[in-house]
Design a protein around this ligand. Structure first.
Ligand code: APR
Length: 307
């Protein structure tokens, strides 16, 4: 199994480490910055003797290194700089990712593509359109990270183990996300049985604001430890053909009453990528919020350099 990661920054490099250490396949790390991916790959391999795990990580500044990959993870791009508008970021990352996706199309035509770069839902749509791959083979990692953040905050509130909490988040990755209390279960019991509405609302707000909270503390850059753990979980589901249900950004063609939009929903993942889209039973209020979240993505689709 050949797993390529484009972008050897914080998220890309730590994803490479986790994927290699989990034994999911041979890892190729590519970055446009000369020497960066090669240096990080050598450093990662130097730990093999201490860890007593035999993995391979190759680093390169040549995109041709991704040739014939089974899985391609995209973490390349720019982070928002002070003074830069969201539209400017969108325009810059779209240009970077258009090039990257054309390379994936020609070099790794049979791969499953996992988008990580933000704005996630728009970049996933761009990757789907530029590669022309079938819709099951292009997905985005975003809401499984949001669900992990929601679960973590719930576990702290209730003094429970995070692993006992099955948190569900759908919608856009970002401010438009929708943590779903009714569908979030603790050993099969809905979160609504554990906490009152006000407490749940405050945990939802904290979850939505978690990325920004981390950015504010870091001073520069954004989160990478939990994002790389979430990337690894998605890669594992595909690489090991796990048939596991995870929240990912998927292309909808009628599910949830939404068409021609990529947005976060629970999906069954396996070796062909998205094998099923799971349609949750949403209340009227949840449906309305979800459609609103989809509208916020759709309104920006025309700014993408596709078609
Ligand atoms: N090809 C390959 N690598 C590229 C290209 C390109 N065309 N353009 C930029 N890069 C590389 C940069 O050189 C940099 O090393 O992408 C890397 C991005 O790394 P960071 O700036 O450290 O960003 P990171 O924190 O890893 O986040 C990457 O993931 O979670 C999202 O919002 C986050 O969109 C961001 C992405």
């Amino acid at each position: 199994m050949k797993i390529s990661i484009i972008g050897a920054g914080n998220v890309g490099a730590i994803s490479a480490m986790r994927i290699a250490q989990c034994g999911l396949g041979d890892v190729v790390l590519v970055d446009i910055a000369k020497g960066l991916a090669k240096g990080k790959a050598l450093d990662l391999e130097d730990a093999r003797s201490i860890l007593k795990i035999n993995y391979n990580v190759q680093g390169s500044d040549d995109i041709n290194a991704i040739r014939d990959s089974d899985i391609v993870v995209i973490t390349a791009g720019l982070a928002r700089k002070p003074g830069m508008t969201r539209e400017e970021l969108l325009a810059k990352n779209s240009q970077i990712l258009k090039e990257v996706c054309l390379s994936i199309k020609s070099l790794a035509a049979n791969s499953v593509v996992i988008m990580v770069t933000n704005p996630l839902d728009l970049m996933t749509y761009l990757a789907l359109k530029v590669t022309g791959f079938s819709k099951n083979k292009v997905l985005g990692m975003g809401i499984s990270l949001d669900a992990s953040r929601f679960a973590n905050l719930i576990s702290e509130e209730l003094n429970l183990q995070p692993a006992d909490i099955d948190a569900v988040v759908i919608g856009a990755h970002g401010e438009g996300m929708l943590p779903l209390a009714k569908h979030t279960k603790i050993k099969g019991v809905s979160l609504e049985k554990f906490l009152n509405k006000e407490k749940i609302a405050s945990l939802v707000d904290k979850t939505v604001g978690r990325g920004a909270e981390i950015v504010a503390f870091l001073g520069s850059g954004s989160a990478f430890f939990a994002p790389s753990a979430a990337v690894t979980e998605v890669v594992k589901a595909v690489a090991k053909d796990e048939k596991k249900i995870l929240g990912v950004c998927a292309y909808l063609s009628g599910e949830y009453g939404i068409k021609d939009t990529c947005i976060g929903v629970p999906c069954r993942l396996g070796k062909t990528g998205i094998e099923n889209i799971i349609e949750l039973d949403l209340s009227e209020e949840e449906k309305e919020k979800f459609l609103h979240s989809a509208d916020s993505i759709r309104n920006l689709l025309r700014q993408l350099p596709v078609g």
